[in-house]
Write a protein that binds this ligand. Structure first.
Ligand code: CS2
Ligand code: MG
Length: 419
């Protein structure tokens, strides 16, 4: 039986102290929407998990509130693996971004509690430090090639060792990744999806010219990355990869949609440009073929959309067996809670590659105080027990939910395309 003996319940960290007495979902919009789960134990120690799914936030909030929270009350917060299995196997309906983001929120909150009760930062619970900091890449973009190159230069001056570059495509209105009005790029900008228009031939002409210019302006000392954002067919992606080879990219990301994992065989057969994929995956099963056949170099699935630390650790270990390294998604729609947890993971994981780092708005940082910091091209975690990210609930309450959806893309004849 689970019932602890009286002497056990008197010890700090014993079952009674770890009993979950409350779990609540906090929806807030400090600059953009975030869903956060706070799990509180009888001892008063609490943990936080991110459950944000851009443009579909309330689906995860309801999944947690209506279907998960009632199952958590009274459980032992220390049984992280059992809770994970309960929520995954026990739901009968497995996988999918809503389910896996909800499970991730619980899982990360429980790891946070474990760290706080043990008095240890998360990376130490995972197995300790493998490196001094996590190499990160920033986002540079410009309306044209010249502007994008200037932006890359600014990041190099700020100390970044790796920069993702995107530029406007002549004839394409609202190209992916390009900021408007001097504001940082944020794709979910309106209540209903913005309609964008896509033109593959113009794009395929422009991108190799962008990277030719970036190498001419900035040399080979900086790592350069590019996100295709699922727009190409496999053979088009193969051609772009080949055209980019002289410019030595760190990676070409999401070159083609990846539901059909074998489509990457076509891309791989034709190019040695390294391939990254997986920010929209939520399970090891979404990338099993890609990894075991070594069709990719970096896996981008991260903690919040991939079932938490418990599942992503399995994925990373599996990837490591096949020389695939991590390159976690880190756009602004992943909250500081995910960034904190991901950085602890990055600090430990043996097959670390790189971490994406888009800066959060000041309001976001104020709602989620954290102890990670940028230094010398890397993000460094602190030694605060747990993942080191907190929430100011009073401040969060001042920013009510504001519905926003991601854009859609169409071809010039009106056909729907992949955004
Ligand atoms: C992206 C994101 O960061 C990336 O690589 O692909 O901008 C992505 O579009 C958003 O996270 C969607 O919510
Ligand atoms: Mg991406």
């Amino acid at each position: 039986m689970n019932t602890p003996s009286p002497s056990e319940s008197a010890r700090p960290g014993s079952h009674r102290d770890r009993e979950i007495v409350e779990a609540r979902v906090i929806v807030t919009c400090p600059g953009r929407n975030f869903v956060t789960l706070k799990i509180v134990t009888r001892s008063g120690v609490y943990g936080l998990g991110d459950a944000t799914l851009n443009g579909r936030e309330l689906a995860v909030a309801s999944y947690l509130q209506d279907h998960v929270v009632p199952n958590l009350i009274g459980r032992d917060a220390g049984r992280i693996e059992d809770v994970w299995q309960f929520l995954y196997r026990g739901a009968y309906w497995r996988r999918g971004p809503v389910t896996m983001s909800a499970i991730a929120a619980v899982d990360v909150a429980l790891w946070d509690i474990l760290g706080k009760m043990a008095g240890l930062p998360l990376y130490r619970l995972l197995g300790g430090r493998s490196r001094e900091g996590a190499l990160v890449y920033a986002h540079a973009n410009g309306r044209d090639i010249g502007e994008a190159s200037d932006e890359v230069g600014k990041y190099i001056e700020k100390g970044f060792l790796a920069v993702r570059a995107q530029c406007g495509v002549p004839g394409v209105k609202k190209a992916y990744g390009i900021a408007s009005g001097g504001r940082p790029y944020e794709p979910a900008e309106s209540e209903l999806p913005a309609e964008t228009v896509w033109n593959t031939p113009r794009y395929l002409e422009t991108v190799p010219r962008l990277f030719e210019r970036l190498r001419a302006d900035h040399g080979n000392g900086v790592e350069l990355l590019h996100d295709v954002h699922h727009r190409l067919t496999p053979i088009e992606a193969a051609r772009l990869g080949r055209d980019l080879e002289p410019h030595r990219l760190f990676w070409m990301e999401d070159a083609t949609p990846a539901e059909n994992q074998t489509s990457f065989e076509i891309v791989r057969r034709h190019t040695v440009t390294p391939l990254a994929v997986g920010e929209v995956f939520n399970s090891i099963w979404d990338c099993k073929h890609l990894i075991e056949n070594q069709l990719i170099d970096y896996i981008r699935t991260t903690i919040v959309h991939g079932g938490g630390i418990t599942h992503i650790r399995r994925l990373a270990d599996f990837a490591g067996l096949h020389q695939v390294r991590t390159g976690f998604h880190g756009a602004t729609d992943l909250s500081p809670v995910t960034m904190g947890a991901a950085l602890h993971f990055d600090t430990w994981v043996p097959n670390f590659g790189i971490q994406e780092y888009m800066f959060h708005a000041e309001e976001t940082d104020a709602v989620f105080p954290h102890d990670y910091a940028f230094r010398d091209g890397r993000l460094h975690v602190g030694d605060t027990p747990g993942h080191g990210v907190d929430i100011d609930e009073a401040l969060a309450a001042k920013y009510p939910y504001a519905p926003k959806q991601l854009p859609v893309a169409r071809l010039e004849d009106g056909s729907m395309w992949d955004w």
